[in-house]
Write a protein that binds this ligand. Structure first.
Ligand SMILES: [Zn+2]
Length: 260
């Protein structure tokens, strides 16, 4: 029988099955909302053959529960860690069952909370090594060196998170955001000037445009690739700045590009 090409195939009973490429990548740009993504110029993503499902809805309004939602499909999650048992649906386990190896590379502090179950490699680089270029290089090295043909990557980028620093706009893209100027503005107590919001929005757009360049090697390769975000950031909408576990629906609106 001829091998099926990657794609989505519908069965007679209206169920469907997905035939993946040998390399499957879920790339998550932290804190990128649908509106901000629309404003960014992303020529590589535009030409990448994606279906654009934006705005899609993240599973939670901050990182950990949103990532756990991606792994489990469960809703609602507020903390995202207590609920997980190995018997739960767990995305990397699905890829193991498919005969693939699984690789987790993340720049945001998820590993202390999330179960490290079913990852063949689990990489949480040191501060100073978390910029997007480094994460991509780690993935490319694994692709060359890991023996299995089928591979699933979860890659979580921090460059787009506040204070929106990447190598493309003068930062390292690896931010000790706790000590940055941005956080002298406490979102619950301080009024932020509208001009400052505009400045922050512009900076985040720069980081999204930078991500478009950095992701090019993944976009150009034969792969099943999904690009999305774990939640949005608010820049004054709903009288709110940033993101946390607030139940603000705007925080859920994210981009979602899928290429099977
Ligand atoms: Zn996040």
């Amino acid at each position: 029988m001829e091998k099926e090409k990657p794609g989505i195939y519908f069965n007679k009973d209206n169920s469907f099955r997905v035939v993946y490429h040998q390399t499957v990548i879920l790339a998550v740009m932290d804190s990128v909302g649908h509106e901000q993504f629309q404003k960014a110029k992303t020529p590589n993503m535009d030409k990448g053959g994606f279906t654009n499902f934006s705005p899609a809805y993240a599973g939670a309004t901050w990182t950990i529960p949103s990532v756990v939602h991606m792994m489990t499909g469960r809703l609602p999650l507020y903390g995202g860690r207590e609920q997980i048992l190995p018997s739960c649906y767990w995305l990397p386990k699905r890829f193991h069952d498919w005969g693939g190896s699984t690789h987790y590379i993340a720049a945001v502090g998820i590993p202390t909370h999330i179960i490290k179950y079913c990852w063949d490699t689990f990489d949480f680089p040191d501060r100073g090594e978390r910029y997007a270029e480094n994460l991509i290089n780690k993935a490319l090295n694994i692709m060359k060196e890991f023996p299995t043909k089928r591979k699933f990557f979860y890659i979580h980028f921090e460059d787009t998170h506040s204070p929106y620093e990447c190598k493309g706009n003068g930062g390292e893209g690896s931010t000790d955001w706790r000590i940055k100027e941005i956080l002298k503005y406490n979102s619950r107590t301080a009024e932020i000037e509208p001009e400052y919001f505009e400045y922050l929005k512009k900076r985040q757009i720069e980081t999204i445009e930078h991500m478009d360049k950095v992701l090019k090697p993944l976009i150009d390769m034969e792969s099943t690739l999904m690009i999305t975000s774990d939640h949005s950031d608010c820049f004054g909408k709903c009288h709110y700045f940033g993101h946390d576990n607030s139940r603000i629906h705007k925080l859920l609106e994210v981009p979602l590009l899928v290429r099977v």
